[in-house]
Design a protein around this ligand. Structure first.
Ligand SMILES: [Zn+2]
Length: 91
């Protein structure tokens, strides 16, 4: 195995920095989405992300037609976003 050239080292350094920057941006965006959905009490369609706060429970989503089930939607969103929320605490 030969000693890597300085260009290889720079390339690996840049790749590592980009990887961490991507992970940071993804985590920050995910937290923002979680906060926004939490503020709406998770009244957001799980099928398409449409704001369904003013829709009655059981009616179809006006955007994608998925039947609205607020407790189930809340469970699914919390299961996705909240790291301390587990299946055992369902509804
Ligand atoms: Zn929808």
């Amino acid at each position: 195995m030969s000693i890597p050239s300085r260009y290889t080292i720079i390339l690996y350094l840049v790749a590592t920095i980009l990887m961490f920057a991507g992970a940071f941006a993804f985590t920050r965006h995910r937290k923002r989405v979680h906060r926004a959905y939490e503020a709406r009490d998770y009244r957001v369609c799980v099928g398409c992300g449409y704001d369904i706060a003013d829709q009655p429970d059981g009616s179809p989503c006006p955007e994608c037609g998925l039947p609205i089930n607020f407790p189930e939607f809340k469970h699914q969103w919390r299961n996705m976003f909240d790291p301390y929320y587990t299946i055992s605490s369902k509804k």
